[in-house]
Design a protein. Sequence first.
Length: 297
Amino acid sequence: MTTPETTTTSSAGFADTARPMIGTDLAAAMVAQAAERAAKLREETGVQPCLATVLVGDDPASATYVRMKQNRSKKAGIASVSVVLPATTTTEELVAELTRLSEDPTVHGILLQHPVPDQIDERAAFEAIAPAKDVDGVTMHSFAAMAFGEPGFRSCTPGGILRLLEAYDVPLAGAHAVVIGRSPILGKPAGMLLLASNATVTYTHSRTQDLPELVRQADIVVAAVGKPNFVRGAWLKPGAVVVDAGYNEGNIGDVHAEEAAQVASLLTPVPGGVGPMTIALLLEQTVDAAESQTAKP
């Protein structure tokens, strides 16, 4: 793949040392391709890919994310079904709604916006999503497929990260990748996908002893710990590729961007790095799901 523009500065204020690893243009190209496939499917079969989004409660940030995904779906020719449930929803009620959507033949993909309210068993809710419609890659079935290299949907943020690394021609085979974070839908699958690309992977988290020393050994760092400015520039190996998968209030990532830019060779901005790739892969996998389900006898 052709490497994106190799500028050494950016509007994000990165120093000359680091080149920004921007996901915006690549994501736009992915969405455009998904739109072409969605239009072709509708023309040939009369079926329009459909993504159902489920939001529990009225958290403003979550509601904004859902609206953004719905708007992007529309631009890609993907129909959108919105289900909004009250904050008092129980696990049983949410499972019932996700089961209903899983059984609805007009719905091809399901996205449960997370996190959900504390009273809900999030894992039980995720597992109510049929694997064939798990376009966000959150079920145990999808994780197993990623871990064993079998066909299935990728968790969208880790999958988007891998696509971004590929676009920037980052060599993965033999590289030492350190993943900071152990979320079952971000850190853990990111490590599995890197391992499948022949990287050597070290999983770490906020309680790892001697964390800065471990990070300093990494050729590739994936920060997904959920703490603003957690990874400091002094932790990094000179020339490391740094992927900031965090998003905190005020458009702040998990990596101290100004410090990291003095050391890294490539660095994702926040926003504009990993985020657009996550949504693009969600839409691409929704079209994949629609094509697969339409092809069934």
